[in-house]
Design a protein. Structure first.
Length: 327
């Protein structure tokens, strides 16, 4: 039997990414689209099907969905998530988990609203998941495979550089590859809502890393780069659909010494196909976990940890002190 899916929020990210992806997820039925803006909900239904609703509680009463996909603007995430979890509806949330003003300027106070979602999850029988769809890109899956296979050796360090539009995603990928962050220190510069930011990080596994986000780089050329160093080799992930380069250390660390190099190319650099397919992968994986009653990651806790790092960068820059996390 097909799982019943309801989408909450019919704005740009829903129409541009979530709804087209749900239409390609197997064994689901898109039964309801809900938005407080009647015209927006009606337009989405005309394009993607389902039934339009303008009140969340009414929709849940009448439809009783198996899955709620919550993807309105970030300031509007908390209330519907608390409601859907209170009804024991499995819920997936668009990233970032919450921010009151702008996703490029997450504040420490935003964690209070995110914590409300975690508290609702603890009381619920339903799953709470995050749509960190970069985990379902060819790059993300291959980098994780290289790390877990032991081909790169034991973790040593990670260095991340990204356009700010990728910011939440790269923080999540960094945690996925290296584990939880226990301490960071940061600096920021520039204008509000587009601030350049850099941080040093200490991970629970004892390794170190750094992450830099900037507005001043092209989204069409290497909007992200992740260097993961193990004690056997280093892997560099370029772009959203470019290449992964793996460099063996080649024995003693002597300048000019032997170095093994392997380049793996994924896609042709076109972001559109990557974007659609990664959303399909994310939503398919979540619907499968719901159907099978299996654990799912990234979970709501992963969303909170990502938000905590993002907010911690601004708090560290403001106070001039490092921020420590209990994980």
């Amino acid at each position: 039997m097909a799982l019943k899916v309801a989408v909450v929020g019919c704005g740009g990210v829903a129409r541009g990414s979530h709804l087209p992806a749900w239409k390609k997820v197997p064994d689901i039925e898109l039964v309801a689209l809900c938005d407080k803006d009647k015209a927006r909900a009606d337009a989405a239904v005309a394009q993607f099907g389902g039934k339009a609703y303008y009140d969340l509680e009414e929709m849940l009463d009448k439809v009783k969905p198996d899955i709620a996909d919550v993807c309105p603007r970030e300031p509007d995430h908390c209330a519907p998530v608390v409601i859907t979890l209170g009804r024991n509806v499995n819920t997936i949330v668009e990233k970032p988990m919450f921010c009151k003003t702008n996703q490029l300027a997450v504040q420490w106070s935003d964690l209070k609203e995110a914590k409300k979602m975690l508290d609702a999850w603890k009381k619920s029988k339903a799953k709470l998941a995050m749509n960190f769809n970069y985990r379902h890109s060819p790059h993300g899956k291959r980098m994780k495979q290289l790390i877990e296979s032991g081909e790169l050796g034991k973790p040593v360090a990670i260095v991340v550089h990204a356009h700010l539009w990728c910011w939440s995603h790269v923080i999540d990928l960094m945690r996925w590859f290296m584990g939880d962050v226990v301490e960071l220190g940061a600096a920021v510069s520039g204008i509000p809502n587009q601030m350049e930011r850099s941080a040093w990080l200490k991970f629970k596994n004892g390794c170190t890393g750094s992450i830099t986000g900037t507005w001043h780089s092209s989204m069409t050329h290497a909007p992200l780069r992740i260097d993961y160093t193990g004690d056997k080799a280093r892997a560099t992930m370029y772009n959203l659909s470019g290449s992964i380069e793996v460099y063996g250390h080649g024995g003693p660390s002597i300048p000019g010494g032997p170095v093994d190099k392997k380049i793996e190319v994924f896609g042709d650099g076109v972001r559109s196909e990557f974007g659609v397919n990664s959303f399909i992968g994310s939503l398919t994986a979540f619907s499968r976990a719901v159907r099978e009653g299996a654990e799912y990651a990234p979970s709501g806790l992963d969303g909170y940890r990502e938000l905590e790092i993002d907010a911690g960068i601004f708090k560290s820059a403001e106070t001039g002190e490092s921020i420590k996390f209990k994980v």
